[in-house]
Design a protein. Structure first.
Length: 346
């Protein structure tokens, strides 16, 4: 529960996406004064406006790439949830400078504008692809985290607390693989996978929003909060979706996409040497040392770190029956299944 937002104003960049819409609904359940949505897509804003029908939600058309736009959007705001990003791995591989402009420069604009307007807290949404990044999307998100940490390091007494949250795959978020599987099944086609033995983390939107709320309430400047999650193979995930919709399990293996990882990493071994383990999540504190490295030559402490990263190959592994039960908890899956099995008329 975001107890600090009663009577406050919250800005969500990229607020028409899956994360933003879920966060908006949860905030509206509180006594929030305003939820301000900043995004580029006026059609999605119009749809969201008609769906929610709440006067506390205000819509700003604009792009985080434009500093003046973000400066105006953060005016009189108490908290910022920064979700605006380019998230598709292949598109970022073909247009890496676009990922730089949105995910790095746009994030820097959000941090600088928030600091200028003395926003209380900024929470920035990151991804497991930022750890040991192989693709442009992950590299740009890794640098977004560095932007947040650099602000904390260079402004130790600043009024704005900037932190990050890092997730694995969020089930049924826009552009993710589960909605694609459902669409293919409804069309009577085989489900397409790039490589069946690849592993990915699985988590719900509810879990992701819970971690954002925790960061809003408890973050210190420069913190990175990492949500633990179980993992599965892509093949088992596809089989679970097929079982749910009672169709034969048939894969169409299309081959690995540009810069696609076999396994994802949520927390590196290096981060885990200094992380706090809170059960459901890790907190990686800011390394607040300055550039005076001479001190650490004589007084550094190597310590004993963990033997390995926290990745989708060594995380708790879900089998097909467990994935089926997890998928049944998703409102979108329940809605799709209800459409397939309508209640008979009396």
């Amino acid at each position: 529960m975001i107890h600090m937002t009663a009577g406050r104003r919250v800005l969500i960049t990229g607020g028409t996406g899956s994360f933003g819409q879920t966060m908006t609904r949860r905030l509206l359940e509180r006594d929030v004064a305003e939820v301000r949505i900043l995004s580029r897509d006026e059609a999605k804003q119009d749809s969201m406006r008609r769906t929610l029908g709440d006067q506390r939600v205000r819509y700003h058309v604009g792009d985080v790439r434009d500093h003046d736009t973000v400066l105006r959007a953060t005016r009189n705001i108490d908290f910022v949830f920064h979700a605006a990003a380019l998230k598709q791995v292949p598109s970022c591989e073909f247009f890496p400078l676009e990922a730089v402009r949105t995910n790095i420069v746009g994030s820097a604009n959000v941090v600088e504008a928030a600091a200028h307007n003395r926003v209380g807290s900024v929470v920035m949404l990151s991804t497991d692809k930022a750890v040991y990044p192989l693709n442009a999307m992950g590299m740009s998100k890794a640098l977004m985290e560095k932007v947040a940490q650099a602000h904390a390091r260079n402004n130790p007494d600043g009024a704005t607390t900037v932190s990050c949250v890092r997730y694995g795959n969020v089930m049924y978020s826009r552009g993710s693989v589960i909605p694609l599987f459902v669409e293919q099944i409804k069309a009577g086609r085989a489900v397409t996978v790039t490589e069946p033995t690849m592993t990915r983390f699985l988590m719900s939107l509810t879990d992701s929003v819970d971690l954002v709320e925790h960061a809003f309430n408890h973050a210190r400047a420069g913190d990175v909060f990492i949500r633990k999650a179980p993992a599965c193979t892509i093949s088992d995930l596809a089989e679970a979706v097929c079982q749910l919709f009672d169709v034969p399990f048939k894969l169409d293996v299309i081959g690995v996409r540009h810069s696609e990882k076999w396994h994802e990493t949520l927390a590196s071994r290096e981060e885990l040497t200094q992380a706090d383990d809170f059960g459901d999540f890790f907190r990686v504190p800011l390394d607040a040392r300055d550039l005076n490295y001479a001190l650490y030559v004589s007084e550094g402490d190597l310590g004993d770190g963990p033997a390995e990263d926290f990745n989708s190959a060594n995380a708790p592994r879900l089998g097909v029956p467990e994935i089926v039960e997890l998928l049944r908890t998703l409102p979108e899956i329940r809605a799709e299944l209800a459409l397939r099995d309508p209640v008979p008329a009396c």
